[in-house]
Design a protein around this ligand. Sequence first.
Ligand code: ASP
Length: 367
Amino acid sequence: MNYAPAVIVHGGAGRRDPTQEEAQRQGVRAAAALAWEHLRHGRSALEAVELAVRLMEENPVFNCGVGSVLNWFGEVETDASIMVSSGDAGAVGALQGVRHPISVARRVMEETDHLLLCGRGAELFARAVGFGPQVLETEERRRAWERRRQTILEGEPAEGAPDEEHWRRLRAFHRRYLLEPGPAQESSCPPARAEAAMSQVGAAAGGSPSGGSETSPRQPAGGEAGTVGVVALDQQGCISAGTSTGGTMLKLPGRVGDSAIIGAGTYASPAGGASATGHGEAIMRLMLALRVVELQQQHVPAPNAAPLALQAARQARGQCGVICVDRQGRLGRAFTTERMYTAGYTNLGELPPERSAEGCVAEARGG
Ligand code: ASP
């Protein structure tokens, strides 16, 4: 039986950044068009998802692949996952030195009995199957890292700001365990490159903190958008979903977010598939992608499943978004953040640009 193919792409949920808006919009549209070409010509959803994610991993405007944000030590650690409706899935977490984590996730799925490889093991696996080592850091990401880190270490978060507690805990952790380790904590000293990173921050601390939203302690720590996700249905009725990210800026090394977790950031079943983005800790608590797919399994159409699943996130004040496709080729999208750029195609044509978060809810009601 021939299914009507469909694809939807997101470029991350988060704050609006007018300087990146056009490039990110074009980026998600190009990825959707690439996936659509493949699906139209009868290729698999898995292939379409991987190729579309890879295109965005090559684009420095997104927080994934070459454009990944840096962790607290100034290193890039990426998370990615991919799943197909047969139940097969693969994922990598805290992976270093690979431009295309989505492809490594696919190889985990195809070449091992495991679901998720992390850190050093993921890197060893990636090298063994022919990926990297590659340098991922961009100058812009390094500058943003320096400014933001300095602000956390030196600035004062606004009282009552949503991220106030996060900043304070990060700074306290840094001071207690990383900056001045006592004899008892010697073993918890960071590696040499982390120390080098810290001395750079020390040098930068002499200058005045730069202004603008980039450095404002009021901004949520995970507020940079740019994680990417793709969900597709092919002509054979197979559904695939994939997600790739550099994670949250200034995360502690070794932190793995929802984008590596099947059920949280990515999920696919014969009824539908979903990819989530936003604050990973909130998404993991909610198992957001699985929630969406479970609604689709109960025959809730994709346009309604996304906002319905997000109600729980809204109640928990979680900053996130989700896209989905169902077996009938319908597309869904919803977000609680300022914005989440999306693009997509069905047999009816190109998906119009998303409106506001409220606009997505209205869209689901047919408004
Ligand atoms: N969900 C990602 C993470 O927490 C980040 C994002 O989607 O913006 O790692």
